[in-house]
Write a protein that binds this ligand. Structure first.
Ligand code: FAD
Ligand code: NAD
Ligand code: FES
Length: 282
């Protein structure tokens, strides 16, 4: 059992949870994720370890409610328990001092880019952060990203905060103004990562994308998370989650992530119905 120590809502539908998991907190490196199971008869889902505190034995997760399992997690409160938390999983982000790097996070993908940006800054890089959200309310980790960025650009789709537009609009400006960028890191919705990859390909700018396929076991056994990278089959959970964005077949991944759309919708509808009739987190 993994107790929730604290829980806060940081944006509509997005929660930050501090979870007791001492062994994971001790071993975790930036870029690692966990696979969690909030309830006994539920599914297991992957979540990035945003931060860890080895002294207190806790890890921090940021979760956006989109389907049944993330809705269940978002309703958890301090004192509740995860049935299982497995990790740290995945290859950590290779962190080197390369000079100037750009870290681009879209929506809740900002929770994935933040630990990478922080580690890249601590390694001595000049970090240019770009984070985007639909509107002002949905911008997350603004202060944390500001703390680890030498410059931070914020975009909102509706212009209610920062630059009006997508993260790719800010990235175009940043590339235009900085001729010494060595690497770009990106996480967020798949169409966004695909757009970032197309943009940086023109400038032959090395770009890494942290992918979010469907996962099950997280140990390279089931094949659920397979992706095509440079024509080769890779398992995101053990070979990734970060890959050379210019080699990722994003169209295939976008298609694969829609595989269970009808079942996921049915499952969320049934869960919401049960919550209405039987209350709380059934
Ligand atoms: P499902 O029942 O699986 O339903 C998801 C459905 O929502 C799908 O049909 C999909 O098409 C649809 N959908 C996808 N994106 C959106 C959207 N933005 N708005 C509306 N619908 C959408 N998520 C986090 O919140 N925080 C993290 O730190 C995080 N880290 C991840 C790290 C890795 C390595 C991976 C692979 C994924 C990560 N994710 C993270 C994504 C998270 O695992 C999924 O959101 C989760 O598995 C969804 O489970 P569910 O049961 O709630 O939804
Ligand atoms: P969203 O739809 O609100 O988009 C966030 C931002 O991404 C937008 O404000 C915009 O700046 C940018 N963006 C979106 N579509 C774009 C496009 N076509 N071109 C250029 N920029 C674009 O995002 P959300 O609802 O917060 O969802 C976040 C997504 O991140 C989800 O799909 C989720 O599955 C994914 N995610 C990925 C990871 C990962 O490990 N890579 C982890 C968590 C979540
Ligand atoms: Fe099963 Fe990666 S999640 S192989």
């Amino acid at each position: 059992m993994y107790p929730v120590i604290s829980k806060t809502t940081i944006a509509p539908g997005i929660s930050r949870l501090e979870v007791e998991a001492p062994l994971i907190a001790k071993k975790r490196k930036p870029g690692n994720f966990v696979i969690v199971m909030p309830v006994e008869k539920g599914e297991r889902i992957p979540l990035t370890i945003v931060e860890s505190d080895p002294e207190n034995g806790t890890i921090t997760l940021i979760v956006q409610a989109i389907g049944k399992t993330t809705h269940i997690i978002n309703k958890m409160e301090a004192g509740d328990h995860f049935i299982d938390v497995v990790g740290p999983l995945g290859e950590p982000t290779p962190i080197k001092n390369v000079g100037t790097v750009v870290c681009v996070g879209g929506g809740v993908g900002t929770a994935v880019i933040y630990p990478m940006a922080k580690a890249l800054k601590e390694a001595g890089n000049r970090v240019i952060g770009i984070i985007g959200a639909r509107n002002r309310e949905m911008v997350i980790l603004k202060n944390e990203m500001a703390d680890c960025s030498d410059e931070l650009h914020i975009t909102t789709d509706d212009g209610s905060y920062g630059l009006k537009g997508f993260v790719t609009d800010a990235l175009a400006q940043v590339i235009d103004e900085n001729k010494t960028i060595q690497s770009v890191y990106t996480t967020g919705p798949l169409p966004m990562m695909k757009a970032v990859a197309e943009q940086t390909r023109k400038f032959e700018l090395h770009t890494m994308a942290s992918l979010n396929p469907i996962m099950m076991d997280g140990t390279g056994m089931c094949g659920a998370c397979r992706v095509s990278v440079g024509g080769e089959l890779k398992f995101t959970c053990v070979d990734g989650p970060e890959f050379d964005a210019h080699k990722v077949n994003f169209n295939e991944l976008i298609q694969r992530n829609k595989t269970y759309f009808n079942q996921e919708k049915k499952s969320l509808d049934a869960y919401n119905e049960k919550c209405k009739t039987r209350g709380a987190n059934v």
